[in-house]
Write a protein that binds this ligand. Structure first.
Ligand code: NAP
Ligand code: G4F
Length: 320
């Protein structure tokens, strides 16, 4: 039975990846950081099928000890400070988690588990102010936030450890992926939750930032399969993962409100607090490499994704 260690198992992707690997017969170990209360809402249903171990991206010794104790065959490094606006208000902490945290775990891999296969959760935010459209593995990077800059460090240190120490280490450059388990502050979930609340009479308006920004949005359940495929390939390579289609935030709002039979223009209010110091205007993936080399394709359309999320929020919020 292959053994996998997932950092960030309590997050959106960690929960889907744990389900995916359990279904494939893996022994799954999830790394969590110590908090005063458990944040296991996304993985409650998987316990005790996954083993939980404690460590922190800030603490080198704890990462080394986890690898020594668990001896995984595959390591998925999903843990990070992942919210772009927080990276503007907490840029140093974001760098510690999202940039240097990658070096810490790679150091542990190099010293303790050099034969393990390593996946780094890189991001389309690294393309930022895009210099080419669509964006592929060869597109130059131009990050636009401390988060994007930190992810770029994590990306290059992964490439560097692969080339320097011959590790099987890959970087998946994933475009935005969403689900009913998405954190509430990200735009998709904020919108689907608000559409459901307004429909049910629990809210009266939705305060938003830039409606013109465009993203390549897919379903998180599809993207964890791409992560797994990358670690099964005969040789380590980096891949862009996205749908190849882009939509504006306004499209997102329209589809969500249409789905509950409401006119979005009557409820959406522009609020300066949700605009960013620097914006990423347009992201759209060229997923040609992963399509061809690993046979990966997305299974959920943009409209299907938004409706799935609205329906899940309606189901959660409706009176029982
Ligand atoms: P998420 O829901 O924000 O989950 C982040 C995870 O990291 C949580 O489990 C969190 O634990 C953990 N974490 C944060 N700081 C930590 C620390 N110091 N030590 C240990 N664990 C820590 O993120 P996601 O959407 O699942 O994304 C997974 C990864 O993919 C992230 O690295 C993200 O940056 C990257 N990514 C995401 C997308 C996307 O569209 N979702 C696209 C490209 C790349 P707590 O529960 O304790 O907070
Ligand atoms: O949902 P978002 O906060 O995601 P963003 O910034 O694209 O980052 C996400 O995707 C990245 C992959 O490209 C990940 F690496 C990262 O970890 C994260 O998962 O915002 C999407 C867009 C932005 O252009 C933002 O300005 O929506 C716009 N937006 C407009 N109004 C808003 C809002 N975003 C949020 N969060 N809240 C608003 O009210």
């Amino acid at each position: 039975m292959p053994r996998a260690l997932i950092t960030g198992i309590t997050g959106q992707d960690g929960s889907y990846l744990a389900e995916h690997l359990l279904a494939k017969g893996y022994d799954v170990i999830g790394m969590v950081r110590r908090t005063s209360h458990h944040s296991y809402e996304r993985i409650d249903h998987l316990i005790p099928r996954v083993r939980i171990v404690a460590a922190d991206l800030l603490d080198q010794h704890s990462l080394t000890m986890v690898l020594q104790e668990t001896q995984p065959d595959e390591i998925y490094n999903l843990a990070a400070q992942s919210f772009v606006p927080t990276s503007f208000t907490q840029p140093v902490l974001t760098g510690e988690f999202t940039a240097l945290g990658v070096t810490r775990i790679l150091e542990a891999v190099r010293l303790v588990s050099p034969n393990a296969r390593f996946y780094q959760a890189s991001s389309s935010e690294m393309f930022g102010k895009v210099v080419e459209t669509p964006q592929s593995e060869s597109t130059p990077f131009y990050p636009r936030s401390p988060y994007g800059v930190a992810k770029l460090y994590g990306h290059w240190i992964t490439v560097n450890y692969r080339e320097s120490y011959n590790l099987y280490a890959v970087s998946g450059i994933l475009f935005n992926h969403e689900s009913p388990r998405r954190g509430m502050e990200f735009v998709t979930r904020k919108v689907t939750d608000a559409a459901a609340r307004i429909k049910l009479g629990l809210a009266t308006e939705l305060r938003m930032g830039n409606l013109d920004a465009k993203r390549d949005w897919g379903f998180a359940g599809d993207y964890v399969d791409a992560m797994w495929r990358m670690l099964q390939a005969p040789s380590p390579q980096d891949y862009v993962v996205g749908t190849g289609k882009t939509h504006s935030v306004e499209d997102l709002v329209r589809v969500a409100f249409d789905h509950v039979g409401l006119d979005w223009k009557q409820y959406v209010v522009s609020d300066p607090q949700f605009y960013r110091p620097a914006e990423v205007d347009l992201l759209i993936a060229d997923p040609g490499r992963i399509n061809k080399a690993l046979g990966w394709k997305p299974s959920v359309s943009f409209e299907g994704l938004v409706k799935m999320m609205v329906d899940a929020d309606l189901g959660r919020l409706a009176p029982k």
